[in-house]
Design a protein around this ligand. Structure first.
Ligand SMILES: NC(=O)c1ccc[n+]([C@@H]2O[C@H](COP(=O)([O-])OP(=O)(O)OC[C@H]3O[C@@H](n4cnc5c(N)ncnc54)[C@H](O)[C@@H]3O)[C@@H](O)[C@H]2O)c1
Length: 302
């Protein structure tokens, strides 16, 4: 990447999934990588496995919900490298649940990490990039930031917020020599389903099944992001299939709305089926408990 001869990249959520794949790909390309995550043991283990000097790769605990952590990371990077070329705001979590079912705590959780976490990264590092008059911010959103599947309100809103923030920053920073990219992948296999907060446990299995349909992996996406950063692309949409649906939304919005209406109907009937199965299972567990209780069986409630 000609623009950045010093090759210094900082990645949040780098202990797993896409963040780890990005870190490894940048290392392979001869970059220096600052890993950040809240999974400290795993993050430290991944960095130690690289057997590189601290100047090439180091790990720091950075919870993206903490401005203090983000500022401490900035200070450490400036101290060790004297500056930074690329910041990748990647850390994220997933949520799922219909508007009348998902608790407000899930909204707060996902918005604080996925949206405000990206805001905190941009706020901390933008002054450094402005001072350098160079740098690139890469925000990991999702196709969910452009196409809004039913029952995913909080996740969709968090990622749409990242797209909106990235477009805003492009206007604010690009003319100052600072690149901005927003990455909107579809599903690909990572640990995201494991930590997801969902109103129905079956949703995690559905997400895993969708992961399995992906024709591209986190490693493929990392390579696409590296090339997009090199070309200073703004929108980065790695999955071709979802890209066509996005075009459909922009050029034939009525057709798009009809299709999400259909998906919403299917999801509701699927959810009703799960709830009916749960009620049956609870009922038969209650019957079993009643039968195995000798007091109850004899009608003695004393
Ligand atoms: N996997 C997919 O299908 C998919 C699709 C579109 C977008 N994405 C996005 O890709 C990004 C990476 O997710 P992934 O799929 O690799 O999942 P992942 O769970 O494998 O990795 C996410 C990482 O973020 C870290 N993290 C979570 N909360 C954090 C916090 N408060 N502070 C710092 N780090 C935190 C986790 O510890 C983990 O290491 C996320 O922003 C996700 O929304 C994933």
């Amino acid at each position: 990447m000609q623009r950045f001869p010093e090759k210094r990249v900082a990645i949040t959520g780098a202990a797993s999934g896409l963040g780890l794949a990005l870190a490894k790909y940048f290392i392979q390309q001869g970059w220096r990588v600052a890993f950040a995550d809240i999974q400290d043991e795993e993050g430290e283990r991944q960095v130690a496995a690289l057997s590189l000097p601290q100047e090439r790769a180091f790990y720091q605990h950075v919870d993206v919900t903490s401005e203090a952590d983000m500022d401490a990371w900035l200070q450490a990077i400036v101290k060790i490298w004297g500056g930074l070329d690329i910041l990748i705001n990647n850390a994220g979590v997933a949520t799922h649940g219909a508007i009348d079912q998902a608790p407000i705590e899930d909204w707060n959780w996902v918005l604080d990490i996925n949206l405000l976490g990206v805001v905190r990264g941009c706020k901390a590092f933008a002054p450094l990039f402005k001072q350098q008059r160079s740098g690139q911010i890469i925000n990991i959103a999702s196709m969910a930031g452009l196409l809004h599947s039913p029952e995913m309100g909080s996740y969709n809103a968090s990622k749409a917020g990242v797209v909106a923030l990235s477009e805003t920053l492009y206007g604010e920073l690009n003319h100052l020599g600072i690149g901005v990219s927003v990455v909107c992948p579809g599903f690909f296999p990572t640990a995201l389903a494991t930590t997801a907060r969902v109103t129905h446990p079956q949703v995690k299995e559905s997400i895993e099944r969708l992961f399995a349909t992906s024709r591209i992996s986190a490693d493929d996406i990392a390579k696409i992001i590296f090339n997009a950063a090199s070309d200073n692309d703004f929108y980065v949409l790695p999955h071709f299939t979802y890209r066509t649906t996005w075009w459909l939304k922009r050029f034939l919005p009525q057709l798009y709305l009809r299709s999400i209406r259909g998906i919403g109907k299917q999801m509701l009937s699927r959810r009703k089926k799960w709830e009916a199965e749960l009620m049956t299972a609870e009922q038969s567990a209650a019957n079993d408990a009643e039968q195995s209780n000798p007091n109850k069986a004899s009608g003695d409630f004393a």
